[in-house]
Design a protein around this ligand. Sequence first.
Ligand code: ATP
Length: 486
Amino acid sequence: MQKSDFIIEVNHVSKQFEDGKFALDDVSLSVKKGEFVTILGPSGCGKTTLLRCIAGFQVATEGDILLNGEDVTTMPPHLRDVNTVFQKYALFPHLNVFDNVAFGLKLKKIDKKVIEKKVKQALKTVGMTDYEYRDVNSLSGGQQQRVAIARAIINEPEVLLLDEPLAALDLKMRKDMQMELREMHKKLGITFIYVTHDQEEALTLSDRVVVMSEGKIQQIGTPMDVYNEPQNSFVADFIGESNILDATMVKDGVVNFCEHDFECVDKGFGENTEVDVVVRPEDIYIGIVPRSEATVQNSSEIQGGKESPWQLHGEVKSCIFKGVHYEMTVLTEEGYELMIQDYKAFESGTQVGMLVKPEDIQVMKKERVCNTFDGEVLEDNQVRFLDEVWDIPERVAERFEVGEEVEVEVDFNRINLQDDEEDGTLCGEVYFILYKGDHYHLTIRTDDGDDLYVDTNDVWDDGDRVGIRIAPSYIRLYKRSQSEAL
Ligand code: ATP
């Protein structure tokens, strides 16, 4: 049998806890020998659970995990050729640096001279030579984490798993340690799997980044891939700053957003298809436009015999210095807010023109274009979906039998959110907020764990409790197709 090219293979792994919650949902991932792979995602997305399943501290409910081609899904951690470094250094406070690092080898009753050589080597790798006899309590957080890494690499594992190892350090120390980890990885030549919620850390360190949300992998790619070509709006929003806008793919190579047609490099979305576009703030070119020219608008119009170079016009609403660049918010004449970064400051109130190159427009398939639910038609012009009973117009109800199963559709901008939960037919919580230039796209999670998507101009915060109302005339019903009904 040919040995796998991958040191780790995670195949369709799901992990469900006793409370029924899925921390991992059909996760598949292959890691090559010597790779530095980072698992990135917001708190609670399942990163640690995935790492713990690989380490053996948790057992997958479904799927399997292979290490060097061998199925280790249920193998206890100490039999796997992996070592884990945790966020908390977990050093033994009563032992000095040497004894902390030597601990595992001493248990294995390895020859004293060999231990001494290995400890010295491990401490050298983590930049802690000459610290052998220091009390671990006298070390800084960064130094303690180095000792923890030395303790993990002394066993010469094939895979080092690191669970947010730098999270407890201050920013400066974290940056220094990031560079050192990268160097250590090169020197050791082993596979690193690193968990973090810090996107900058992930992009800086990794050969490949695995972006996770809600127990699912959203995208796997090189840092350049996930930054420049996010596969969905979650990845675009989570990685770096971005302008995410509703758009229409007019035809191959032409996309319309902010009410203008832009040349782009994307093809194959079909004609007049609703899509999302992502434009990074540093990819919008900005320049001052004289007030007289600004009022003439539109790049295609001829001004003084010369075609305006600008695709969009607008006014700077805010300008903040960010250390290296300035970050401006510009309101376009059409009413879209764009975030722009430039090395030059454009002060508030300045009339500006904006330009985006075709290759800097990232077009993404929309995950959905409206809310869809499974429903059942009831008596008295009502329909049940999301476990609630909703009124529908008589003329709609008439087209269906009582008891008929239907597909329910509601547009994002037709759901009304109420401050007071009592005012809604259904209650929920604001779960995720995406700003789309001229409105917010919210994910509302109901108390039963169902999601609704809402477009609104109102400002809500993550975690706000809301009442959900839908006017009868905005509820569309469709017959279930024959195949679905069977
Ligand atoms: P963080 O960055 O906050 O550590 P994470 O992405 O590492 O988050 P996990 O720790 O993997 O997330 O948790 C994923 C989900 O599974 C969370 O909702 C968490 O509450 C849940 N979870 C984790 N461990 C258990 C457990 N032992 N029992 C029940 N639920 C759990």
